[in-house]
Ligand binder design. Sequence first.
Ligand code: ZN
Length: 204
Amino acid sequence: MRTSRVEQGRIGQISVEPHPEGAVAVYLVESADGRDGMLIQWLLDELSDYVDRTQLSRGRLLSYAVQTVNGRADVLDEIERVLKEHYPFVVVQRTFDSVIYKVVKDLCAETGSRLMPIPHCDICGRPEPFPDTVITLNDDRGNKLASRCYCRTCTASTMARTNKDYVISLLSVDRRRFGLLRSSELIRSRNKARKLCYRVNAAR
Ligand SMILES: [Zn+2]
């Protein structure tokens, strides 16, 4: 989702959500009508304790990127098996990359299916169904100003010794350049959800 330009001076709180790495697969199925499309949704709902999912398209071409959440990659085999039993056309790729995403885009155009909006890395611009790190910027009162997400390649190339350095490094190479935060004081604060949170004391 696009957010309007954020005035850096308004940023009062920052929260950081790291997402653990998991095995990823992309599933494309052709659904002849709306009803048979329910099966893949039902299957992924049933497996929600084991996998996260991001829908890539809907309509005749139904496609999802799926990531395991507890290290059990065999659940991806199981999804593939069930889909192949039920759908005549199934494509599976055991990774998400720009090639498979282009296949989804092209098939959407061919079949009149709808491409769903997915997160893109706010540093390199790559489509990323499962961002490695999501940073939320709030004002002093906790109202959300923006949400920024970063892919694993970009977070891995960040040289930071502390969590605070990590947050500031990512935000300063973000496409919106939150570099001003470098001169602000970030103070670690408590958060019920055990996310990493900071209060921002802007530089005077
Ligand atoms: Zn990136």
